[in-house]
Design a protein around this ligand. Structure first.
Ligand code: SF4
Length: 212
């Protein structure tokens, strides 16, 4: 894949998904931190059904500090892995309270120092809470599309992110974050890609391989 074609791909994606945006509901930086944690191994739809009760029970960081862990577990139970997620939410709120004076940090290093926040989550938080498109959050959709299209031969998300960062101009990072996920949900669906209807099929390694 060359850089010129990479730009054509993202321009086509933008035309195809002009409304692509983050599908997690949140109002504050800490709410997106929590929503991203809950979205691990869970659909955004389910997270959005769970967070209204949680956000109304815990409107401030102090509320996350004081809520009994059993109650937190019960509220987030529908999102799966609730014990681990509750533990991380409690610890993360303590860290934001003690180390950052209740303010979610707006840089990659500090975000990644928080419990339950890896590079992918930090990329999402930076973009959605602060409008900073520093990198590309490689989730299951971005990983699959990157492999199928021949944008990266790597398997590990951080290496795939590096390949994408080298391929696409920085001004498109925000669009990649949003449109690739929508493309993965709507067209390049896992195991059932709708290749004949795909807006970027002419650039896709997989499409060429199946000889359409
Ligand atoms: S052509 Fe098929 S495999 Fe390639 S990006 Fe489109 S939907 Fe995915």
């Amino acid at each position: 894949m060359n850089k010129k074609d990479a730009v054509k791909i993202i321009e086509k994606m933008k035309l195809q998904y002009p409304d692509a945006t983050c599908s997690l509901d949140f109002k504050t930086p800490f709410e997106i931190v929590v929503a991203v944690m809950l979205s691990a191994q869970c659909t955004d739809e389910r997270v959005n059904k769970t967070t209204p009760r949680l956000f109304s029970r815990c409107p401030t960081i102090e509320d996350y500090l004081s809520i009994p862990i059993e109650e937190l577990e019960e509220i987030i139970h529908p999102c799966g892995f609730y014990k681990n997620k509750a533990k991380n939410i409690k610890l993360c709120s303590k860290q934001v309270h003690e180390r950052f004076n209740d303010v979610v940090p707006s840089n990659m290093e500090d975000l990644m120092s928080l419990a339950g926040v890896g590079r992918k989550s930090a990329n999402v938080i930076l973009l959605e809470a602060f409008g900073i498109a520093q990198g590309i959050a490689v989730d299951t959709h971005v990983k699959r599309i990157s492999t199928l299209m021949g944008l990266s031969k790597e398997k590990e998300p951080e290496k795939i992110e590096k390949d994408l960062i080298n391929l696409f101009p920085k001004k498109y990072f925000k669009d990649i974050n949003h449109t690739f996920i929508w493309h993965g949900r709507n067209t390049c669906i896992s195991r059932h890609p709708k290749c004949d209807n795909c807006c970027v099929k002419d650039f896709c390694k997989f499409y060429k391989k199946i000889g359409r």
